[in-house]
Write a protein that binds this ligand. Structure first.
Ligand code: PHE
Ligand code: FE
Length: 295
């Protein structure tokens, strides 16, 4: 174990460049400042006030069961005891974004990488990279759900395979992660609810994803998602909706190699498009959309 660094992007003459770090680090809990704990508390309170009407019940239930609270940044060791007993997942500390294959390998072994450091007060509403709040508050609770926990591991295994197949396969698989793990919606008896970590950890997008008329909301479809570009610096133009986590797990059970091969000659879809055959739940008004910038 080394002394942890805070690895963020670099600004160069070519603009924004993401930086990667491979190391696994001990959470340096004693080094968190009063400001760090206060940032956690502020974000935690704000999201927990919003989410009872917006997030799926599995997320809310799991977060309570894990004993995360607003008073201080949780200790990974405490969360790991609970996780170990429920689904066998484990949090590991990391310094920033991981190279793809390292990330997949951790997931395939039920290790979830969590950035050890938290954003600064001036980054409360937006930060380009994942930080401790996004990773811990957003991703870790659903690792308590047995079906979702298995999906995440299968995703990691699939990532290792896609990495061996080639860059196009990885693009397809990354879109699946984006539109499920990060920005997924789920249908519940009370209406549409959030399960994606990128949404539950964002005050603005948690309201937008459920309440705004701007975005499309479309029924989950594996190949459709694999062909759809996405937004990294604005709210999503389209959200995909699952009926339950079993649907997600079942749809991703088949070998993806033939699917990657089938999709290879096809063009990708713009982030905000509606395609023939889509199960449209709400068609977005497109209000506020920027015309460029899909990735
Ligand atoms: N079934 C996928 C494959 O063969 C693996 C996978 C499972 C990928 C779940 C994503 C999610 O590659
Ligand atoms: Fe994330």
């Amino acid at each position: 174990m080394n002394t942890p660094q805070r690895v963020e992007h670099a600004m160069t003459d070519k603009g924004y460049v993401p930086l990667y770090a491979t190391g696994v680090v001990e959470q340096p809990w004693d080094t968190y400042s009063a400001t760090d704990h206060a940032v956690w508390g502020q974000l935690y309170r704000r999201q927990r006030a919003l989410l009872p009407d917006l997030a799926c019940s599995a997320f809310l239930k799991a977060q309570d069961a894990m004993g995360m609270g607003e008073t201080q940044i949780p200790r990974f060791d405490d969360l790991n005891e609970i996780l170990a007993r429920s689904t066998g997942w484990r949090i590991i500390g990391v310094e920033g974004l991981l190279p793809e294959l390292d990330f997949f390998d951790h997931l395939a072994n039920r290790r979830f990488p969590v950035t050890w450091w938290i954003r600064r007060p001036d980054q409360i509403d937006y930060i380009a990279e994942p930080d401790l709040f996004h990773d811990l508050f957003g991703h870790v609770p659903l690792l308590m759900n047995p079906v979702f926990a298995d999906y995440m591991q299968a995703y990691g295994q699939g990532g290792v395979r896609a990495h061996g197949i080639g860059p196009e396969a990885l693009v397809n698989l990354t879109r699946l992660y984006w539109y499920t793990v990060e920005f997924g919606l789920i249908r519940e008896a009370s209406g549409l609810r959030i399960y994606g970590a990128g949404i539950v950890s964002s005050a603005g997008e948690s309201k937008h994803s459920i309440q705004s008329d701007a975005p499309n909301r479309i029924g989950f479809d594996l190949k459709r998602i694999m062909r759809t570009r996405y937004r990294i610096d604005t709210y999503q133009k389209t959200y995909f909706v699952i009926d339950d986590f079993e649907q997600l797990f079942d749809a991703t059970r088949p070998d993806f190699a033939p699917i990657y091969a089938e999709l290879k000659p096809h063009e990708s879809f713009p982030a905000g498009s509606v395609q023939p055959g889509d199960r449209v739940i709400t068609r977005g008004t497109g209000e506020g959309w920027l015309s460029d910038g899909d990735v």
